[in-house]
Design a protein around this ligand. Structure first.
Ligand code: AHR
Length: 327
């Protein structure tokens, strides 16, 4: 169990943290598991996509490789489940808590409880909108606004020199989540100067393949002239491809498709010409997360933002990359 610090020691630790802008770990590796291993409580969003499955695998495998005792909890897409999982981790006295927030808002109270218990928190993959950034030690993950911008930039280039109307439909990720908010914004900003581009429909598909299909079916019924689909992840794009083919249209040709993630299924569709462009979002956050958890537990200084490196893929690049794709 995490040892109880005296008020004097605790205030000293917090003062150092505030000065260094970093880890509040007490250097105590005595743990909830009762041995010398660090115990990491991790609350995952769920299993909504291929990306999420790869992310879970990366975290579980990296914890085992790093000798970290991982307490893993699947929130099944519900914020209330994540809040109770985090409260459970606090009660158990884990050394470090990490989580990928389902949505951006509503975390202040539970993060304050973790802070009061002197348990450092690491945000992975998704950000929160808490004004008090001392409630967590660092945030590791992608720049989702940049991902949306890359998607929009590709489209602008694709239609360079053409002035005819371009009707775009958008499949958004989970409502209120950081990737949905930011990918929508980055894309809208990138295409804003092209007055012939119009987002004619934009609706959530909750990052799920089945929802992507259903929502695309309704788009196709209500909007006959769709030129482009921008899906906030591969899974929704893949579901939409099924709907497009069922409607007798050719995905990638009759309707250009841009997605985000670059998981194997998405890359296969890209190499097959059914998707036109994919912006990569890496789920392989496990090794860096374990490294940060160890550092934060040891009271070492860590950066308050750790950005994931990512690229983009055209159809030709996907053909080359596909045989090496691990997830
Ligand atoms: O937060 C990352 C996003 O969540 C991925 O792009 C998406 O596939 C997942 O569900």
């Amino acid at each position: 169990m995490r040892r109880n610090l005296s008020a004097a020691v605790l205030s000293g630790v917090l003062a150092v943290s505030a000065l260094a802008g970093c880890g509040g770990g007490d250097g105590d590796s005595g743990t909830a598991s009762g041995d010398d291993k660090i115990t990491l409580g991790f609350s995952q969003v769920g299993a909504e996509s291929g990306w999420r499955t790869a992310n879970t695998k990366s975290i579980q495998e990296s914890a085992a490789a790093a000798g970290i005792d991982l307490k893993f909890s699947d929130a099944q897409g519900k914020q209330e489940n994540q809040i109770s999982a985090i409260r459970g981790f606090i009660t158990q006295g884990v050394d470090v808590i990490a989580f990928s927030p389902v949505v951006t808002s509503g975390w202040d109270a539970v993060l304050q409880e973790a802070k009061d218990a002197d348990i450092p928190v690491i945000l992975t993959d998704r950000a929160v909108d808490s004004q008090d950034t001392s409630l967590y030690k660092t945030f590791i993950g992608s720049d989702f606004v940049e991902e949306g911008k890359k998607a929009g930039d590709w489209l602008v280039k694709e239609y360079e020199g053409k002035s005819e109307p371009v009707n775009i439909v958008e499949l958004q990720g989970t409502t209120g989540s950081a990737p949905a908010n930011d990918r929508q914004k980055g894309f809208a900003d990138a295409i804003a100067a092209n007055t012939n581009f119009k987002i004619v429909k934009s609706q959530t598909g909750d990052f799920k393949r089945a929802d992507g299909k259903t929502v695309m079916e309704t788009f196709l019924q209500s909007t006959p002239d769709i030129d482009v689909l921008y899906a906030h992840n591969d899974d929704m794009g893949l579901g939409a491809i099924e709907a497009i083919e069922a409607a007798g249209k050719k995905p990638g040709t009759d309707i250009k498709i841009i997605t985000v993630d670059a998981v194997k299924d998405g890359m296969t569709a890209l190499a097959d010409g059914k998707i036109n462009y994919i912006v990569e979002c890496s789920p392989l956050l496990g090794p860096q997360l374990m490294d940060l958890a160890k550092k934060v537990d040891a009271g070492e200084e860590i950066p308050n933002r750790v950005l994931t490196e990512e690229t983009t893929f055209t159809q030709e690049q996907a053909k080359t990359e596909l045989p090496n794709r691990k997830y």
